[in-house]
Design a protein. Structure first.
Length: 469
């Protein structure tokens, strides 16, 4: 393990190796040579060792004064990274996909150096840019700049069958994820007692149930799919004057277009800011995709999928928490603010979905062909409120069809007053982005009804039975 990594680090101080690497990529011409190199460690990444390499060139000024070298980690994390293919994945992004994304903000690839059987990257040094502060949280401008990058990343590969068939891309939605489910369960079993002072019993219960249901949650998504960063958060962003650069493509994958936006807002925005801007950003993202020719991502669907993908923050955070070196209490402590921010996001969106009674869009009243009256498919969130789906379940999306609930009960653990449509289905209202004040539900024929739903009582139109941070 360390021998290959040592070879990579040694190459950073070898002018001849650097000259060859930069010439091979066209960063310097054949008449230019590196005559001196001084590498210095930078960054605190868990899966890679990064260095800023100061170059002396002959003739001076004929190439970059510095480059950033990103090499496989020299400790046990490097073995984990090799086994999971993260180094090869990032290399393929820069060499195969980045050239097809001229509008996306990424550091330029300047060369590569061999590191055993892997490859180290020589990247543009963004030393004048400022890294995002994951602990402090994102500003409104930082969120806007980052969201603007998403359509530029996703539209060129939207539902691309050739790229979607590539096995080297990670899949966390639209595919079975049994390995990630087991990592989630294993880590959550160890951490569950440690977070009792931070999370409420109801929140802990949802995390328990998501661990059982996350595989069904992933498989319930049927597209459209596109290229996904999978770890879009402030730690992986650099900001300049009205610019942003996206870093760390080791978790690159194929999945839901809502993943990156939901994970960014859930992991990097303070709750008050997120609530204020999230609808605008979801709409802007959908509009930007439409401007680039995407026709199957209307704003209504984008908003619902964004809410469903709020659970992505749990799927990323919980397994990763168990992979911190030694599970050091200090390391966990520094992430406490991030964990609360992510949980606030997931809990708010889950509560809103629960209060609305929506897990996926309801079918229009005239589209029930092929279904018996009074039978409906529960939303994926319903799977989180009951035991996990049986593997032998024959129904599509891995979810059982169930009769509509009896009068007075609307499912999702929420009680409702009587009031049903023809066919026995529960009357649904449009999804609400946030808790709403009390209002009266119209009766038959549009006349004012008597079914007032007070805000805060856990019924539709009000806040679910929880205290949102």
């Amino acid at each position: 393990m360390t021998r290959g990594v040592a070879t990579g680090i040694a190459a950073l101080g070898d002018p001849g190796a650097l000259t060859e690497a930069l010439r091979a990529h066209g960063t310097i011409d054949g008449a230019t040579a590196v005559t001196g190199a001084r590498p210095e460690p930078i960054g605190t990444g868990q899966m890679a060792d990064s260095f800023r390499v100061t170059l002396e060139l002959d003739p001076p000024g004929a190439g970059p004064a510095t480059v950033v070298a990103k090499l496989p980690a020299a400790d046990a994390a490097g073995e984990v990274g090799r086994a999971s293919g993260v180094y090869a994945r990032e290399h393929r992004f820069y060499t195969e996909l980045a050239p097809r994304l001229p509008e996306i903000g990424v550091p330029a690839l300047l060369g590569t150096v061999p590191v055993g059987d892997d490859v180290g990257l020589l990247l543009e040094d963004l030393r004048t840019a400022e890294p995002g502060d994951q602990i402090a949280g994102a500003t409104a401008e930082q969120l806007a700049l980052t969201v603007d990058q998403l359509a530029r990343l996703q539209a060129p590969f939207w539902n691309d069958p050739r790229l979607g068939a590539q096995s080297w891309l990670q899949r966390r939605t639209g595919a079975p994820i049994p390995d990630r489910r087991e990592r989630y369960r294993r880590t959550w079993h160890r951490l569950r007692e440690k977070v009792r002072g931070v999370l409420t019993p109801a929140q802990i219960e949802v995390m328990d149930r998501f661990g059982d249901a996350c595989d069904a949650w992933s498989q319930s998504m049927r597209g459209p799919f596109t290229l996904v960063h999978h770890d879009l958060r402030l730690d992986n962003l650099m900001f300049g004057r009205r610019r942003v650069w996206l870093l760390d493509w080791q978790t690159l994958g194929w999945g839901s277009p809502a993943w990156d936006l939901a994970h960014l807002m859930g992991s990097s925005a303070e709750p008050r800011l997120r609530r204020r801007v999230e609808r605008e950003h979801v709409a802007r993202h959908a509009a930007a995709l439409a401007d680039r020719g995407v026709t199957d991502w209307p704003q209504e669907r984008a908003w619902l999928e964004y809410r469903r993908l709020s659970f992505a923050t749990l799927l990323v955070t919980v397994p990763a928490a168990g992979e911190l070196p030694g599970n050091a209490p200090a390391a966990c402590s520094t992430r406490c603010g991030i964990a609360r921010r992510r949980w606030s996001w997931t809990w708010t969106r889950w509560s809103c979905c629960r209060a609305d009674g929506l897990g996926r869009p309801a079918r229009p009243p005239d589209s029930g062909a092929g279904r018996a009256p009074g039978v409906r498919r529960p939303g994926v969130l319903r799977a989180l409120l009951r035991p996990a789906v049986r593997p032998q379940d024959p129904h599509p999306r891995g979810l059982r069809a169930e009769p509509a609930p009896e009068p007075g009960h609307g499912g999702y653990g929420v009680q409702h007053r009587p009031g049903r449509q023809a066919g026995g289905a529960v009357r649904r209202r449009a999804a609400l982005p946030r808790p709403q004040p009390a209002r009266r539900r119209p009766g038959p024929g549009g006349r004012p009804g008597a079914n007032a739903v007070p805000a805060g009582d856990g019924r539709r139109g009000g806040r679910a039975r929880c205290s949102v941070p």
